[in-house]
Design a protein around this ligand. Sequence first.
Ligand SMILES: Cc1cc2nc3c(=O)[nH]c(=O)nc-3n(C[C@H](O)[C@H](O)[C@H](O)COP(=O)(O)OP(=O)(O)OC[C@H]3O[C@@H](n4cnc5c(N)ncnc54)[C@H](O)[C@@H]3O)c2cc1C
Length: 467
Amino acid sequence: MQEKYDVIVIGAGLSGLAAGIRLAMFGKKVCILEKHSIPGGLNSFYQRKGVQFDVGLHALTNFAKRGEKGLPLTKILKQLRISYDELDLKEQFFSQIAFPDLSLSFTNELEFLVEEINKNFPEESDSFLKLVEKVKQFNAFSLDQDFVSTREILPQYIKDPLLQEMILAPTLAYGSAWENDVDFSQFVILFRSIFLEGLSKPMGGIRKVLGLLEKRFNENGGILKYKSPVKNIIQNTKGVEGVILKNGTILKSDTIISSAGFPETMDMVEEELPPKISPEVGSFSFTESIAVLNKKPKELGQKAATIFYSSLPKYKYENPKTHYGTETAILSFPNNFEEDPMEEGMARVTFLANYNLWKQLDRASYKDKKEEVFESSLRLFEEFCPKIKDHLILKDVFTPTTIEKFTNHKKGTIYGSPQKQKRGTTPIKGLILCGTDQGFLGIIGSLLSGISMANLHGFSPTQGATS
Ligand SMILES: Cc1cc2nc3c(=O)[nH]c(=O)nc-3n(C[C@H](O)[C@H](O)[C@H](O)COP(=O)(O)OP(=O)(O)OC[C@H]3O[C@@H](n4cnc5c(N)ncnc54)[C@H](O)[C@@H]3O)c2cc1C
């Protein structure tokens, strides 16, 4: 007998789990299929030599204080029935945007950044506040907006080219699928989430967050199947009909919500029926070097949680011509939050990377190239955290091919396809996207995406699920 569900969700990443919880909570028979043996996708975890690593948690954006109403974090927790205390969030000390001749610091209080701008760009003080007002008023969560270039809008507010670049740096680095630009509504979401709301960290790391989500899904009667890679999505003349797993099992449903990515999902669709479409695959990926230390970075003089670094006055956010680009980077120091339960010190550097070049390497050259990435990362660490080398006890590097292998995202893209589907729809009836390629990304963005797509498409209009 073939299993039949109201909704099948592909992927137990953050968006898939959030979608599953909403559907199960409102009585839908829902099954999440995950190809791996653990949840998390791009934001998962592993252990090496006794050290716990989070793959994709530098910092949680969209901080909200307990009881603060109307913010994305508060809304998400309410919709998923997770209490604020369960997350155990601790705020960053501060973060930095570090350019060749100037660094700007920011905390979770906007006034701090406003002061920094008053001090370093006095002629831009008013315009920055006007930009903040524009960002606050803008309806970034509208599902009906086309791409608008932030590089065209920003100069209408900020005249100084250096300040434009410094404001753009964190928003590009933390979520743009477009080279050297970002869709304005995405910019607004990222600006709010980084500068207006701020950065924090759940004390149990991403394991804790994923554990809470999985528990909530199970409690509501959802079925989560690990080691269940979907090979094909089946359709008939009316729309989707179900999925075939790699082992040949067929599961039926006329609503499938996929978090696998737009091009990846369309590749799974059996091709007998038109239309065949091939969405654009994102053009760049990242390497990440992780240094485990026998001292905390703050004891070595570095207290920033995150540093958005540029060696050039114009922020370069494009697919590098070489295996990785060192002109821009994100440095992250997971110990630098209000509380720090980690035993060891840790520092991470993320560089933009060219997937195609990594993919061509043979085994030996791949290993050498990873060593080279780590050496480049160490040189950058030393600029911000002198003597770090003397305290290194363990290192790890992951590359675009690692990301592709563990998440199935084509070319190891983290920010997905530049073709976002804000309403989640695809050309096939009943086949819905959530997560990165729907358009909301990052940890909070993915959760929001899963919730919104479940609310929008998982229920008939009379059923509704809004509270
Ligand atoms: C190095 C790195 C650092 C990051 N840092 C941060 C950060 O500091 N803060 C932040 O907010 N965000 C960060 N992010 C981004 C954030 O992790 C992602 O935006 C978010 O996790 C995306 O979630 P998702 O559910 O959309 O997709 P995914 O996590 O990609 O989930 C998709 C899931 O689908 C599964 N899947 C795919 N194909 C199939 C198939 N055929 N069958 C079954 N299952 C399938 C995958 O295995 C995966 O589990 C980071 C990401 C990375 C990689």
